[in-house]
Design a protein around this ligand. Structure first.
Ligand code: AMP
Length: 141
């Protein structure tokens, strides 16, 4: 499948559609997942085009992982999450629904209680309140 430059995450990178941003640098963007599997579920994307792990340049994967580590630490601190799950899907059969490479940062609070993947939408005010906590935790170091 060819990379679709109009996928929703590419449009966020270009500023064409809004997202609830928690972190941005020259190479990456991190924002709240609108159908979170738990409180604090955040996504990290490289800014360059790439559908999956396989067609994203290694330097961009590295930048995305660096941001994932940094934001995951802030998420853990903000929500006092006892566990953090990192996921990354490649291809529709794996569960990928947006075809721009991304890492999920999913706090785990109680084993076996995650909501289903990409299913239930949470309102923007609730997500913005969570983003405020993550942004504050990012400033703590
Ligand atoms: P995946 O299924 O791994 O491709 O993950 C895509 C994720 O993007 C899902 O968890 C969706 O809930 C999330 N998502 C879809 N649209 C948006 C959006 N506009 N803003 C934030 N997250 C989104």
């Amino acid at each position: 499948m060819a990379y679709d430059a109009n996928n929703i995450f590419a449009r966020m990178v270009r500023g064409e559609i809004p997202c609830i941003k928690v972190y941005e640098d020259a190479d990456t963007l991190a924002f709240m997942d609108i159908m979170p599997q738990s409180e604090g579920h955040t996504l990290v994307i490289p800014k360059v085009a790439g559908e999956t792990l396989f067609d994203t340049p290694p330097a961009s994967m590295l930048a995305a992982m660096r941001t994932t580590q940094r934001v995951a630490r802030a998420v853990q601190r903000a929500f006092e999450a006892p566990g953090i799950i990192i996921t990354q899907f490649n291809g529709p059969v794996s569960g990928q629904t947006v075809f721009h490479m991304h890492f999920h940062i999913i706090p785990a609070y109680v084993a076996g209680t995650l909501r289903p993947h990409a299913r239930e939408r949470v309102d923007s005010a609730t997500l913005e309140a969570q983003a405020v906590r993550i942004r504050a935790a990012l400033l703590e170091r």
